[in-house]
Design a protein around this ligand. Structure first.
Ligand SMILES: Cc1cc2nc3c(=O)[nH]c(=O)nc-3n(C[C@H](O)[C@H](O)[C@H](O)COP(=O)(O)OP(=O)(O)OC[C@H]3O[C@@H](n4cnc5c(N)ncnc54)[C@H](O)[C@@H]3O)c2cc1C
Length: 324
C-alpha cells in the first residue's frame, strides 16, 4: 500500500511544509505496512529531490513537463490522479494550503475517495479509519470516519512537526503523466513580479499589527523588526479596512489563515475572528498594553506594555543577538 504525498516547491526548492507532510506520511505508512511515494511537479534538481528521502520518501515521481508551468488545477488534478492510480495509492496527503484546498476536492471526486481537510493527527484507528480534523476555523475538532477505500487528506500546517526519518536516497522516477482529455481554457502569456515581499502564506515568521498601533505611521516599527527577522508583515481586519495596510495582509476568519513558526502580534486584541486565522502558529508572542486582552489567552509569551516602548526594545535586543 502506498501513501502518496503531493509536494510543492518554489523556484525548485521544497517548502518546509513538504517535509512535515512526508514525516506525517511516514507514520501513516508504517501503520498500514506501506511505503511513502512523493510526487514532485516542476523543475527540481536531483539533490533537492534526494532530500525527500530524509523525511521518509522511498520513491519520488518527478514530473517536469513544461505544461505544468501553467498553474492549471485541472491539469494538476489529472496528473496527480494518474500518479495515484499508477502507484496504487490508498492515501493521498497534501498540505492544507491554497493549492491543497483547490486540488483535493477534484481529486477526491476523481479517485472516489473520502476527503478529510485540515487533519491534525494521524488516525486514531485504521479499521475503521477515524481521524481528527479542525472545524470552525480551528475553534473545535471533529473525529471523522472515512469508509472509502482511497482517502485524501489535507494536513494542517504545524500540526505534526518535522521528523528526520532516514538518510536514505529515494528512487527517482521521471514520469510524464497522462493528461489527455484536459484542455486548458487559458494560456500564460507573461509573468511579472508585483512585489519582492515575502509571501505571508510561506513565511516562517510573521510580524503583525492591530488597531492598537494607532496609525499607519507607526508601521515602520513593525517593518524594521520584520526585516531583521526575515519575516512577513500582517495585520488585523480593522487595520486593512482603515487602509493602513493592504488587504492581502489581513489575517483571520475573513482573511488569510496562516501557520507560521512564530507569530508576533502587536496592538491586537485577540478577537475570535482574528485568532481563527493564526491559532495554528507554533509560537505566538503578544504585545498589548491591556493585561486582560484576550490575545494573552492564546499567546505563548506575552509582553504587557505600550508598543511604542516595547517594539524598539525588542528590535534592539534582536540586533544585539544578531550583532547587527
Ligand atoms: C464576521 C466577522 C469576521 C471578522 N473577521 C476578522 C478577521 O478575519 N480578522 C480580524 O482581525 N478581525 C476580524 N473581525 C473583526 C474582529 O471581530 C475584531 O474587531 C478585530 O480583530 C479587532 O482588531 P484589533 O485587535 O486590531 O483591534 P481592537 O479590538 O481595537 O484591539 C486593539 C488592541 O490594541 C491594544 N492597544 C491599544 N493601544 C496600545 C498600545 N499603545 N500598545 C499596545 N497595545 C495597545 C488594546 O488593548 C487592544 O487590545 C471580524 C468580525 C466579524 C464580525
Amino acid at each position: 500500500m502506498t501513501v502518496l504525498v503531493y509536494t510543492e516547491n518554489r523556484e525548485g526548492k521544497f517548502k518546509k511544509a513538504t517535509f512535515e507532510l512526508l514525516s506525517y506520511a511516514e507514520e501513516l505508512a508504517k501503520n498500514i505496512n506501506g511505503e511513502v511515494v512523493a510526487l514532485s511537479i516542476g523543475n527540481v534538481s536531483s539533490d533537492e529531490l534526494n532530500k525527500l528521502g530524509n523525511y521518509g520518501a522511498k520513491k519520488v515521481v518527478s514530473v517536469t513537463d513544461e505544461q505544468f508551468s501553467l498553474l492549471d488545477n485541472k491539469l494538476y488534478i489529472k496528473a496527480i490522479e494518474d500518479v495515484a492510480k499508477k502507484e496504487n495509492a490508498s492515501i493521498l496527503v497534501m498540505a492544507d494550503n491554497l493549492s491543497g484546498r483547490a486540488l483535493a476536492p477534484g481529486l477526491s471526486a476523481k479517485l472516489k475517495a473520502g476527503l478529510v481537510s485540515g487533519v491534525v493527527a494521524v488516525p486514531s484507528s485504521y479499521e475503521p479509519f477515524v481521524i481528527k480534523k479542525k472545524v470552525f476555523t480551528g475553534k473545535a475538532f471533529a473525529d471523522v470516519k472515512v469508509n472509502s477505500e482511497v482517502k485524501v487528506l489535507t494536513l494542517s500546517q504545524n500540526s505534526y512537526g518535522i521528523k528526520d526519518a532516514t538518510s536514505d536516497t529515494p528512487q527517482i522516477e521521471e514520469y510524464k503523466p497522462d493528461t489527455s482529455g484536459v484542455e486548458s481554457k487559458f494560456k500564460l502569456v507573461s509573468e511579472e513580479l508585483v512585489t519582492g515581499k515575502l509571501l505571508l502564506s510561506d513565511a516562517e515568521i510573521v510580524v503583525s499589527g492591530g488597531r492598537g498601533m494607532k496609525s499607519s505611521e507607526n508601521w515602520h516599527l513593525l517593518e524594521e523588526l520584520a526585516q531583521l527577522l526575515g519575516a512577513a508583515t500582517a495585520c488585523s481586519r480593522p487595520v486593512s479596512d482603515e487602509g493602513w495596510r493592504p488587504h492581502d495582509e489581513h489575517v483571520g476568519q475573513t482573511g488569510k489563515i496562516i501557520a507560521p513558526t512564530l507569530y508576533i502580534a502587536s496592538g491586537i486584541s485577540g478577537a475570535i475572528q482574528h485568532v481563527g486565522g493564526i491559532s495554528s502558529s507554533k509560537v505566538i508572542v503578544a504585545i498589548n498594553k491591556d493585561p486582560d486582552a484576550p490575545i494573552f489567552e492564546v499567546a505563548d509569551y506575552g509582553i504587557v506594555g505600550d508598543f511604542q516602548k516595547v517594539l524598539p526594545e525588542f528590535t534592539n535586543a534582536i540586533k544585539e543577538i544578531k550583532g547587527a
